[in-house]
Design a protein around this ligand. Sequence first.
Ligand code: ADP
Ligand code: MG
Length: 408
Amino acid sequence: MDHTLNYNANNIFSGLLQKPSLFKDRNAITPHFTPSNLPFREKQISEISFSLRSALQGKKSDNIFIYGKVGTGKTSCAKFVLQQCQDFSMQNNAPAETVYVNCRTYNSKYKVLQSVLRNFFPEDNFMGFSASFLFEKLLDYSEKNKKHLIVALDEIDKVKDLDDLVYSLTRANDELQNSSISILGISNNLMFKDRLDSRTKSALCEQEMVFPPYNAKELKQILGERILVAFQENVVDASAINLAAAIAAQESGDARTAVMLLLRAGELAEKSGSLKVTDLDIIKAKRKVEEEIIFSMISTLPMQEQLVLFSVASLSVNKKGVKRITGMGENILFSGDVYEEYVRIASSLKESVVSARWYREYISELETYGLITTTQSGKGIRGSTRLIKLAYDAEKIFETIKKELMKE
Ligand code: ADP
Ligand code: MG
């Protein structure tokens, strides 16, 4: 049978498939793509690799903890270094072996162990075994093969029993004679480290590294390089690149936002039959990307922060703002009211309820993520209190978190 495509002029797809695409390689401009060139991260890459070299030399390498805002290149850099280390080890018969686990999917000690083992024993199924069995199996594997393992735990803050996991993996090294296990922990959450149990913290942070946000100039170069791979030649206007870089730099210094803006703008331009991606496409893409980013940001928040944000959204949806007292904007809330709502919601969901002090920490953190804004009220409104306003559409945030909370 002939498998070559025979375009039938009457088929609705024939026109679509024959149209030349603005993209050369669309995949290269999606957020999941790991570029092999990571400008402005040379220092971080060389620090991580310097540390991992011990494993290649047959020694345990230090545990490393990497943190920084979303889109600062942590996952890309980690995956790149791990792959390089793995390749080098294979080619030179060195004892290092790396494994990458995304803890957003594997969010418990048990699931992490399963995922790591599946990497080493692709044919075996580890369903139904106890955690201690899986753990012994892992030690057995590294000891028998004399492997110095580097286990990357991305979005490590998602692991529910993290203290237990870190403790087990670190303590394993006391038992191992000819092998070792090191952890490369990664988190998007800037305050996570300070909340760790002190033993976990000192184990995990033998070395630590911050990934700072990118500025507009850096984002422009990152985008410029990516466009060469992802788009056909001369399709993207220089001013569109500048605008995307400026928007992303202003909002968060986040390369993911910048990349997404170009992806969506390219799709919009293509859909409208245009041959160029212009400023206007970037402006049109902005809203859509913002929504996508907010939703993914919400899903990465720890549950207690989701609950606090949910309380803000809930009061906003129900128009419980301070307007009734002060005539201020409709959705401005008293911090105390939000805390009360949080206590009510958390209790009704049978979740633990944090103290007011922790609550204030969460509020600060939600503000650093740009999900809410806060101001101090002037004197006279209930003494002096903090006022809180949701930065995005209340209904949408409310529905999104509701879905997230149902998932648990
Ligand atoms: P993080 O893990 O910190 O959230 P990622 O590594 O997932 O960030 O990066 C998000 C997006 O930005 C990805 O598409 C990635 O390819 C791109 N990116 C981040 N930093 C760079 C860089 N220095 N050079 C090129 N692309 C980058
Ligand atoms: Mg990441």
